[in-house]
Design a protein around this ligand. Structure first.
Ligand SMILES: Cc1cc2nc3c(=O)[nH]c(=O)nc-3n(C[C@H](O)[C@H](O)[C@H](O)COP(=O)(O)OP(=O)(O)OC[C@H]3O[C@@H](n4cnc5c(N)ncnc54)[C@H](O)[C@@H]3O)c2cc1C
Length: 550
């Protein structure tokens, strides 16, 4: 049509290096792991920013998985069919070491390196992050039961993807999910009613028969699941494979797939067990303690995944504002747009910096249990605060694209639909905040470890003052449940501020403190106070993209 020419539209955000163009990330990785760690991230960053990977992310969400309960002649099969893009994404991600690789990695800082990769790759597509994350997190649980670990740990920690449903002995790589949530209770898993009775002798690594239902069970085509069920002596964890050693299918009925707000590429199922075979992990009654170990790692991934969503949205917002003109200037030149973008950039850098620091606490704790207190509080704070901020930040970034941001091709609607999820699963916001209070009550050494993180930044008066105020408030409030979110938020913000004061340019740290640490600074995005170095903050966050053709 010759009615008009297409102009003043921004270029597609593709064919750039997601890692190398993120200066704050490059610095954080060098700090929390090493400069050598950048090598593997550069190639993954290249792939993550490629038009091919971005197209896979779109295709996997435009063609959601479909449940096939029966085969042509009526045999029950309980399989989910995915678009080839889903399989390709999982193949690329597992080969990059995003499942159990850190647990067999003898190199330095394997968990920080994986977190950085999860952050980079999470900017491509979030849905397939779910099985990656659960597989990563299942490994420490199975390590506690060596008889089961001997069979499963090899494939779960291997790089690679093998989607066939065959006995584990025939697989070089495998995925693991988890099934805790039931209709009558998710957060309150003690209300689980799925029953487990010993098939013969009872005890660790022994076979049980499970009967009941699970209201949510994501990635149901995984090779095995860690399942909570009530055994004689209470809530217990079981390893439930989909295919048994003799090649027959375990009794694992996929009742239906959830019709979800977002996370469309991933299948989340309701499943039913009917004398389904499972093997006990630990002792009967130890189920919560076992599965909490898994949940702590998936929680960390929720935080990293949310930080990735915020970064992806920020990159799209800056790219658009750089190329789109309105009222005689590029959007990025308008002071109020600079304020919004700069505020988003602060949110993004602080989220990523906190996540990588908390990931280093995981590396430290894996090496030396003495570092566990920081790992525990770090995971809880990052999960609560970073996940809580993601919908707000992504929504604001979406608006930077105007009407284009509300249209699917821009990726923003997908990021926006995804954004609330990380805060819901693995312990919703309140449950997480209550976990922070529980840690403070039961493990005062965690609070000391958190204080230690502030020590080097207390020369900054405003951090010191807010830390004093919080300590005073904590003793006055006697850890009142109703203030759980406030405590978690203030602890997370102080830690983020301390990281930025030590490691980010002064313009970034100062604006963060003025907007987020000062008393009464609760506010909407784009309200950084006068005198903030808006353009410098945005420029630090801006990705290097291919020059746009006129
Ligand atoms: C897409 C998707 C995939 C999922 N995949 C899986 C999976 O693979 N495996 C699995 O086991 N589960 C899965 N879940 C379930 C998820 O983990 C739960 O939905 C979540 O833990 C919350 O539990 P619930 O839905 O029962 O909500 P509830 O426990 O009923 O909580 C409802 C609300 O009440 C709040 N609340 C609860 N207790 C308290 C309290 N004491 N004080 C104050 N507030 C409280 C919660 O924070 C929440 O906001 C999935 C969920 C979704 C949405």
């Amino acid at each position: 049509m010759a009615t008009h020419s297409v102009e003043n539209q921004s270029p597609s955000v593709e064919n750039y290096n997601v890692f190398e163009s993120d200066h704050a990330l490059v610095e954080a990785l060098a700090r929390e792991a090493s400069t050598a760690a950048a090598r593997e991230l550069i190639s993954l960053g290249e792939l993550a920013g490629s038009a091919e990977a971005i197209a896979l992310g779109f295709a996997a969400n435009e063609h959601p998985p479909e449940l096939r309960t029966h085969d042509r002649v009526g045999n029950r099969i309980d399989e989910v069919q995915f678009h080839p893009a889903w399989h390709r994404l999982l193949d690329l991600a597992t080969r990059a070491g995003l499942t159990g690789a850190p647990w067999r990695d003898a190199g330095a800082s394997p968990h920080v390196r994986r977190a950085a990769k999860f952050y980079v790759w999470g900017q491509v597509e979030s849905g397939h992050g779910c099985p990656l994350s659960m597989t990563y997190a299942a490994v420490p649980v199975l390590r506690m039961q060596p008889e089961l670990g001997a069979v499963w740990l090899g494939p779960l920690t291997a790089d690679g993807y093998e989607p066939r449903l065959v006995p584990i002995a025939e697989k070089t790589a495998a995925l693991c999910g988890m099934a805790m949530t039931e209709k009558q209770g998710g957060s309150d898993v003690r209300s689980n009613r799925t029953r487990a009775v010993p098939a013969g002798a009872a005890g660790p690594a022994r076979e049980y028969l499970l009967t009941g239902h699970k209201w949510f069970c994501s990635a149901p085509m995984s090779d095995a699941f860690i399942v909570l069920a009530q055994a004689g002596r209470g809530l217990s964890s079981f390893l439930v494979p989909r295919v048994l050693a003799d090649g027959t299918r375990n009794r694992f009925a996929i009742v239906r797939l959830k019709n979800k707000l977002g996370n469309r590429s991933n299948a989340s199922a309701e499943v039913e067990f009917d004398r389904t075979r499972g093997w006990l992990i630990g002792d009967e009654g130890e189920g919560l303690a076992r599965i909490v170990e898994m949940v702590n790692y998936t929680r960390m991934d929720c935080a990293v995944g949310s930080a990735a969503l915020v970064r992806a949205a920020l990159v799209a917002a800056i790219a658009h504002a750089t190329h789109r003109r309105a009222f005689g200037a590029f959007l990025i030149e308008h002071p109020l747009m600079q304020n919004v973008l700069a505020d988003l950039a602060l949110e993004s850098e602080a989220a990523m910096a906190l996540c990588l620091r908390a990931a280093r606490a995981i590396d430290d704790a894996v090496r030396d249990a003495g570092a566990n207190p920081l790992k525990r509080i770090g995971t809880a704070l990052a999960k609560f605060y970073v996940c809580k901020r993601a919908p707000v930040a992504v929504g604001e970034a979406l608006e930077c694209l105007g009407g284009n941001g509300y249209v699917e091709e821009s990726i923003m609607p997908r990021l926006y639909r995804e954004a609330p999820l990380n805060s819901i699963w693995e312990g919703s916001g309140n449950v997480n905040a209550l976990d922070v209070l529980r840690i403070l009550r039961k493990q005062p050494e965690s609070f000391e470890a958190w204080r230690g993180e502030l020590a080097a930044a207390r020369a900054e008066r405003r951090i010191h003052d807010e830390a004093r105020r919080l300590e005073r408030d904590l003793s006055d409030w006697e850890l009142d449940e109703a203030r759980g979110r406030e405590v978690s938020e203030r602890m997370a913000l102080l830690w983020q501020a301390a990281l930025l004061v030590q490691h980010a340019p002064a313009s970034v740290a100062d604006a963060f403190i003025r907007s987020r640490i000062a008393p009464g600074s609760s506010r909407s995005l784009g309200t950084l106070p006068a005198g903030s170095a808006l353009r410098a903050i945005v420029d630090r966050a801006a990705p290097t993209l291919e020059p746009v053709t006129a």
